[in-house]
Design a protein around this ligand. Sequence first.
Ligand code: GLC
Length: 724
Amino acid sequence: MTDEKIEALISELTLQEKVDMIHGSEFFSTKGVERLGIPPFKTSDGPMGVRKDFKKDAWTDIGLSYDAVSYMPCNTALAATWNRELAYLAGRLLGKEARGRGKDMILAPGINIMRNPRCGRSFEYMGEDPYLTSELVVPLVKGIEENDVSSCVKHFALNNQETKRLEVNVEVSERALREIYLPAFEAAVKKGKAKGIMGAYNKLRGTHCCHHEYLLDKILREEWGFDGIVVSDWGGVHDTKEALMSSLDMEMSVTSDFDDYYLADPLIKMIESGEIDRETAVAKIDDKVRHILKVMNELRMLDGERKSGTYNDFNDKEALRRTARESVVLLKNDDGMLPLDKKKIKKLLVIGENANRMQALGGGSAEIKALYEITPLMGFNMILGGNTQVIYKPGYYNEDIGNIWAGTDDSENGQADSLNASPEPEKKVKDEEKAKRQKEKNAEYMADALSAAKDADAVIYVGGLTHDFDTEGQDRADMKLPYGQDELISKLLEVRPDTVVVMQVGSPVDMSAWVDKAKSLVCCWYAGMEGGAALAEVIFGDVNPSGRLPETFPVSENDCPSVVLGEFPGGDSVKYGEDIFVGYRYYDTYDVHTAFPFGYGLSYTDFVMTGLSANVVKNTKDRKRVEVKFSVSNIGSRAGAEVAQIYVADKLPKVKKAAKELKAFEKVYLEAGETKHITLELDESAFSYYDEENGGFKVDAGNYMVLLAKSAEEVVDIADVILK
Ligand code: GLC
């Protein structure tokens, strides 16, 4: 449909019809205009797959027999692959299944930067670095949108905590905003051509992000040229006039009084009463409708042949398995203990409730009704094929159902409640009773596990977190492992120092109580329906691990920059005092010891990277191009993949800068003995910083270092670059 036809359509719409298009008339859909052939706009969560269907006006699922879908690796798992192709495949699958489920917009991906490991939604995001997140969100969005489905990149912006998420006011410098928190959104819009953006719940500098003129009008629309749909987060709108006058297009919420939404009857009443000038209001409403019709047109909802999509396709399982495999991060492997040899294990003991837990239906709006989920225990049974006796002991007692939203007393789904969550007094009593049960049961479970550990040929421990901790709506109370795991793991390592310790997490945990005693340590994530199989393939050597940490694992939360220099979670306001020093930018610059650094991960083979050179091939005022060359060799005995990381450092910065920043990376797959010669390019963005005084990014002339690294703490080569 041409722009002219869209304008003609707008001119035929009544005011009521237009207003019906800019707010939810169901929890996940707006009203269409049947007489003019405008369909409803159907949305669905989320980042890990297409969420189950709910009733139109109640947070109870319909209980369909056909809305189970592919349960995909969480975004942190995807980020741990450092693989742009897998990001594209993830997007393509998510978009195809969204189309297959009849959706027009998938409310994904989440790309907020992790400024503190305790953020409950860290698992939905891609870690601590804006460049890594930018490089993965672009192919992901493209993959989604090639299916005639809109992405909805969220949460714009600065939704970096769950505590007081609806009202917390973020105080952040313009430089940190521009260098840390916005770049991935900018990449999604400018390079990914994203058609949807979701406003965040929180405030920025006193104004709610869902109707924030600076964020939405000045930055998103004017500076970045975004002409897609801005959707509010569900319940994120708090003022009719602000919502009307800002560049928000669609108000969604969690209550069924749809006609009372701010952009519904209250808007009409304000126009009719003259409280808002009719001409101004109509012009603003037309802008919103225009954005919506434009995206509908691009999705071929108004005319043309639209893709139909499918879901649960057998052929997609390989890509899911690949992503899960490549997301596993090998953190320790003393004496080459891993991989385990299937032939030598007749009796395998698997300890840890996470080995036997399905994680899909948890985490809040990212929950997934999975067609199936292979748990680690299933994966071990699959790969050992009955030739090994697999014994399972939970090891610790966990009565949590893994979904803090499910089954809350006064509503069948806590999403509505989560918007005004506050721990009720009686909940405290329940917690005390629960803690008592935990302690009693743990003693029994631990004794059982430790006694079984004595005569097993091998022991694998699978613990970590669940979606009772990695979840929307609340931040973790601390970085500690729940359910008394520290004591169990410590005692287990005394009995069996060769225990393979697996941490299944959605965010960093404090392992200081026992990590030095562990000879092998594997980090896996909520890696989707194939996650347990992929983990088994890595532990038993069918797959060589190639994951790298997308976020630092600090020794303890007290080391975190958001605690040392900033506030987390703050009060009614939260000061991002750490400024640009987020994640490794802090630990590296301030020389703070970490448990495991950003970009870190081991392999079952060995790599060397040599011959770094960096040459300035273009150096005009506006355009810089530096060509970086190096070689990567696999000097070990089996194929594998190295993630070559390129950081940039300013040797004599004129303003405060991080010691170094990630500005390029390449995942290099090599057969044993193979060498590849890599060439990467750095443009001016690799050397620029945001100049708060004059506004805008700039590059200072001077001496820079280009660093070739295996992680933020392991630089293998440095080349100098002079920019005039
Ligand atoms: C939630 C989340 C958002 C989700 C939306 C719809 O509260 O913040 O990520 O897409 O509401 O469920």
